[in-house]
Design a protein around this ligand. Structure first.
Ligand SMILES: C[S@@+](CC[C@H](N)C(=O)[O-])C[C@H]1O[C@@H](n2cnc3c(N)ncnc32)[C@H](O)[C@@H]1O
Length: 331
């Protein structure tokens, strides 16, 4: 059996993380990046969210992959380096291995410990596939270590790069940020001398729909999404030595139709005095910390965005109710 290589570029004790978090927490409208939702427990809670009856995106996307596997695979070059951005439990990429037959699987995620565990399990399932894990924050850079892309430079140069970005994680970015991120993926398709023309992006995008269905998906009856959101406070406590108490905060998820986005917030149940080493701030009762956006797209709008980022006109697959779209955009 092969052993997955692991490259850890993300370290939770960096000054940069502290500076970024304090900037958001000290803003008049406090905010945090959704990437802080994912520590090891956050990743497990997200797996549980994917099982919830209200959370349609995961099962809808999986059904599209299953139903259209042959068609999807016919567009994707075989023998590619398959680079999974925000790989989580890696199961979506694994469902494509049989059809896409990558020469190498490269799983990228900020949740480093969780990624190590899932990659070890995945290697046992696919003992002959070359695998690498890269623990990094891709919102900073998409410069993947050359060694993660394969040990033999000639092979690496020949292999097309296929980026995989499922789960509508692109929705965490504003439309402007999403365009910039897609442009970086487009540029990365040709890094390390790979043949950019053959590479591309396979991406999952959640589509605009009714408010009730969207709000239920982000505020389930069992309270798992609430736990996922509130767990971020425990993660932040570890990152900046702060003293958030879970009892002080409740989960809020609202759909803004104008902006076509779900917003997740944590709302103070009472006046809260928050302290961290070297500082602090007061939150008045009902004040919120904005923790995540999840933008919804029309298929046409996202197809235009991909082309504005430099990709070819995408091939689009959707479910019968057009809740979710999967798109292949050649570089
Ligand atoms: C919504 S989950 C999707 C997981 C999986 N791809 C799926 O579709 O089920 C987002 C994943 O991206 C990772 N992630 C979020 N922000 C990231 C960042 N800035 N850099 C690297 N990984 C990130 C999280 O740890 C998490 O595993």
């Amino acid at each position: 059996m092969k052993t997955p290589q692991f490259f850890q570029l993300h370290h939770e004790d960096s000054d940069q993380i502290r500076t970024e978090l304090l900037k958001g927490l000290q803003s008049s409208q406090a905010y945090t990046s959704p990437k802080y939702l994912y520590d090891a427990l956050g990743s497990k809670l997200f797996e549980a969210i994917c099982e919830l009856p209200e959370y349609y995106p995961t099962r809808t996307e999986a059904a599209i992959f299953l139903e259209h596997a042959a068609s999807i695979a016919s567009h994707i070059p075989q023998g590619a380096a398959l680079i999974d951005l925000g790989a989580g439990n890696c199961q979506k990429a694994a469902s494509l291995f049989e059809h896409v037959k990558p020469f190498r699987y490269v799983a990228v995620d900020i949740s480093v410990d969780f990624l190590r565990g899932t990659l070890d399990t995945l290697q046992r399932q696919y003992p002959d596939l070359d695998m690498a894990g890269v623990g990094m924050d891709f919102s900073e850079s998409l410069n993947l270590p050359a060694a993660a892309m394969g040990d033999i430079p000639e092979v690496r140069a020949l292999a097309p790069r296929v980026f995989f970005y499922p789960g509508s994680s692109i929705g965490n970015f504003t439309p402007d940020e999403a365009l910039a991120f897609l442009q970086r993926i487009h540029a990365a398709c040709s890094a390390h001398g790979s043949d950019a023309k053959q590479g591309g992006l396979l991406i999952g995008v959640d589509l605009v729909k009714g408010t009730a269905e969207l709000e239920a998906a982000y505020d389930d009856a069992l309270g798992v999404t609430a736990a996922f959101n509130r767990n971020m406070l425990l993660h932040i406590n570890r990152l900046i030595d702060s003293d958030f108490h879970l009892d002080d905060w409740s989960h809020v998820a609202l759909y803004d139709e104008q902006l076509a986005r779900i917003e997740m917030h944590l709302q103070a149940k009472r006046d809260v005095v928050l302290r961290w080493v070297g500082g602090g701030r007061v939150f008045a009762k009902n004040e919120r910390i904005h923790t995540e956006n999840s933008y919804k797209w029309t298929a046409q709008g996202f197809s235009d965005l991909l082309q504005n980022a430099g990709f070819a006109k995408p091939v689009v697959w959707t479910d019968a109710k057009e809740k979710f779209a999967v798109m292949w955009a050649a570089a």
